[in-house]
Each structure stands twice: as C-alpha cells, then as structure tokens.
Design a protein around this ligand. Sequence first.
Ligand SMILES: C[S@@+](CC[C@H](N)C(=O)[O-])C[C@H]1O[C@@H](n2cnc3c(N)ncnc32)[C@H](O)[C@@H]1O
Length: 203
Amino acid sequence: MDVIPRILDLAREWIGAAVRPGDLAIDATVGNGHDTAFLANRVGPEGRVVGLDIQRSALERTAARLARLGLRDRVELVEQGHEHLDAWFQASGVSARPRAVMFNLGYLPGGDHAVITRPSTTLLALDAALSLVSADGLITVVAYPGHPGGPEELGAVMEWARSLPAHQAHAVCHRALNTSKPAPVLVAIARHEPDWHRVRGSG
Ligand SMILES: C[S@@+](CC[C@H](N)C(=O)[O-])C[C@H]1O[C@@H](n2cnc3c(N)ncnc32)[C@H](O)[C@@H]1O
C-alpha cells in the first residue's frame, strides 16, 4: 500500500479503527457490496450490518458476494433510500446504536450512471446517521465531484459537515490535490463522547 492510502482504503482504515466485534454498522449505499462485506468482516459473527440501496440489482449482487464470503447471515439488506434510515430503525425495533455509518456516494459502478445519490436525500440521511450513531461512533462519506451533480452534492456534504457544532462532532476532510481529474473527497465525522467537555475540563 502507498504511504498515503487511496481514498476508499482510508475510509475503511478509519471505520475499521472504530468498529469492534459485536457492533452494529450501517452501509448507507450498498452498491456492489465491497463496503458491506468489509463491515461484515469487522463486526464479526456476533455483530450485525444493515445495508441500504434503492437498486435491487445492487442488493442482489451484494447478497451473492456476501454468500460467497460466508457473511450473508450477519447482514440485513434493505431496499430503501437512506433518507428513510431513521424510520427504518424505529420500525425495526433495533435498539443498538451503530458504531459506524459508511456513505459512498454517486452511481453504481457497472450500473445505470443516471441513478445517483442526491444532495437533498443525502443530507437527510446524514442527519439521521448523526443522531443514530453511538457516542464514539464514526461516519464516513466518499463524494465524487467528477460526474454531473457530483460537485453540488460534494458542496452540500462539506457545508453540512462544516456547520456541525464542534462540541458535538469532529469533522475532517481528505482529498488529493494534484490530480488531472476532479478527485473524490473523504469526509469523516466522529461523534464526541457525551461528556467529552466535562472529561477534558476536569483533566
Ligand atoms: C458508489 S455506489 C456504492 C458503492 C459501494 N459502497 C461498494 O462498496 O460497492 C452508490 C450507490 O448508492 C445507491 N443510491 C443512490 N441513491 C440512494 C439512496 N437514496 N439511498 C441509498 N442508496 C442510494 C446507488 O444505487 C449505488 O448503488
């Protein structure tokens, strides 16, 4: 691996550091299931992953991938937009809080490039993810400015992350600078422990 990891590897590295065996994790954009499989490996046999996508073909490909890897049992695949994340959680009765939520925006590689994530629904999902994620949890978003609609969505995600109160979350972004094409951007949001200020203040 390069000294500076590629952006999808970096997202997995950070998520991997947050997620522990037995955790609940969410893949908010299942796609071809690479991140879903990664999360399923990290949570282990006692953990659980919930994956959402609006395209049945994506969920089918992912189900097959997970079955091949022996990971199917620990993943719930949901054919719904991530903007319904909150409602899905309330209806499902799942009480555990997710330790991590991964977003990989844009279109399905090998699928219909006209079906893309959209700023309005992405922002709803990010709000839901932030309210659901555990106190020491992590959200990652990989956004792609290289396709039509991509720059607007990246702008909306950056603005959303910038506006988060610093006492609630730590938001960062990572992007390659010297690329010939618009480079994807990784935005990561770490929730603070609820008593983070008190603990720091007393130290
Ligand atoms: C770049 S792909 C995800 C790649 C995936 N993480 C992987 O590891 O293969 C983006 C996915 O987002 C899905 N998508 C688009 N709008 C969505 C929405 N509102 N909710 C959930 N998924 C959505 C697309 O169908 C597509 O499969």
